[in-house]
Design a protein around this ligand. Structure first.
Ligand SMILES: [Mg+2]
Length: 397
């Protein structure tokens, strides 16, 4: 039994969701080295079971390379309707436990459990009860972590996978974080990580070591303060529950803060391409969108707009979204994060396109399934090859 926490956030992450779903759909795969992805020569691994990860296989790896590492690999194609059905079952479970849940992807969620402490004074018992109920109703295992903020809960879950439960008591955050690799801190992208490693900074605790203070400041400038706060476990990012049950979003944190529209535009456009592809694969269309920006001082601004009609084809949606992004950016502000959400999702009305256009879009979607949204496109839109399109908080499991 623990003392009441000033703030308590629970993070849940289904273990290897797509690969686990494949086993649920076909129990004969149980115990086999299952991976979800496209076939060689061009296919990519979308998700790897833990049995396959032992061979060094990970998501985003070309299937051909995965087969070299693990010749007995059982390759299963993605099954989006199955993931959506499991997602809805998971939402039913979380709705029974929590008044509000923020889903950041099909298999990851945060909920603010501060007020639930009266009924559930022991965070460990709450975590165990949730894990048991998720397993009973869906057959999936979930790693759960409770901490005073979202970032620490997320990191704690990633270090306790699979089927883990982690409770980081208030005040214990700096000690928990100190020995972890510097790259596990949100906001430390590959480029920043490499740069600080060159200074000799290896673990999160090094961010607070006096001997690195001046060189880190030269490298990171004002970002250092926010990273040091995180290293101390100070994280007030709120849980924002999806009141509309039907929405989807992507966001990314930059390696370096930026005020450059030309940098933000292709990133938001890339999100739109992926989201509209997901909409079409699920037979949905969106009624509105939300742009989210977080500035260098962690202030979040958002703007939601409604399309003149429900849409699911990115060229039709981009002008409104671009205009809103331009409006939302403040002169002189530097941004550390940008996100795009589509909401008011409904079943796509049949005559969204004429027949020829529908066939072209269907071929496009097949190509995107095979090669990813950044690679293929129909003509007519400007294109930037700028990368930096990580999924929200990365995607490992
Ligand atoms: Mg997961």
């Amino acid at each position: 039994m623990s003392a009441r926490w000033p703030r308590q956030v629970l993070f849940g992450d289904i273990d290897a969701m797509f690969a686990s779903a494949a086993v649920l759909a076909d129990p004969s795969l149980e115990g086999k080295p299952v991976a979800v992805g496209g076939p060689p020569p061009r296919g990519i691994i979308a998700a790897a079971s833990y049995a396959v990860r032992r061979f060094g296989v990970h998501s985003a790896m070309p299937t051909i390379q995965a087969l070299r590492l693990c010749p007995h690999l059982v390759l299963v194609p993605p099954d989006r309707p199955l993931y959506q059905r499991l997602h809805r079952e998971l939402q039913t479970v979380t709705a029974r436990f929590f008044p509000e849940t923020e889903w950041t992807s099909v298999d990851e969620f945060y909920t603010d459990t501060t007020k639930l402490q009266t009924r559930h004074p022991d965070p460990r018992e709450l975590g165990l009860a949730l894990k048991a109920e998720i397993s009973r109703s869906t057959g999936l295992t979930c790693t759960v972590a409770l901490a005073s903020g979202k970032a620490v809960a997320k990191i704690a879950a990633s270090t306790h996978k699979p089927d883990g439960l982690s409770v980081i008591e208030p005040g214990c955050e700096p000690a928990f974080l100190a020995p972890l690799p510097i790259g596990s801190l949100p906001g430390m992208g590959p480029k920043s990580t490499e740069a600080v490693q060159r200074l000799g900074v290896r673990v999160i605790g090094d961010l607070l070591a006096p001997r690195f203070e001046s060189t880190l400041f030269l490298l990171l400038g004002t970002r250092m303060t926010s990273l040091q706060s995180l290293a101390r476990g100070v994280d007030t990012d709120p849980v924002v529950a999806d009141r509309e049950t039907k929405s989807m979003s992507h966001e990314t944190t930059f390696d370096e803060d930026t005020d450059d529209l030309l940098r933000l535009e292709p990133i938001v456009h890339g999100f739109l391409e992926q989201l509209t592809h997901d909409l079409r694969m699920e037979g949905l269309a969106a009624g509105s969108f939300t742009i989210k920006l977080k500035d260098a001082r962690f202030r979040i601004t958002t703007r939601q707009r409604t399309f003149s009609t429900v849409l699911n084809y990115d060229p039709d949606m981009w002008p409104d979204i671009r205009r809103t992004l331009v409006e939302l950016m403040q002169p002189g502000a530097r941004y550390r994060l940008v996100g795009l959400g589509l909401s008011n999702l409904v079943s796509a009305p049949e005559p969204l396109f004429d027949r020829r256009q529908r066939e072209a879009v269907a071929i496009l979607d097949q190509l995107i399934e095979r090669h990813g949204a950044g690679v293929v496109r129909l003509g007519g839109l400007p294109r930037s090859d700028e990368g930096d399109r990580k999924r929200k908080h990365g995607r490992q499991d």
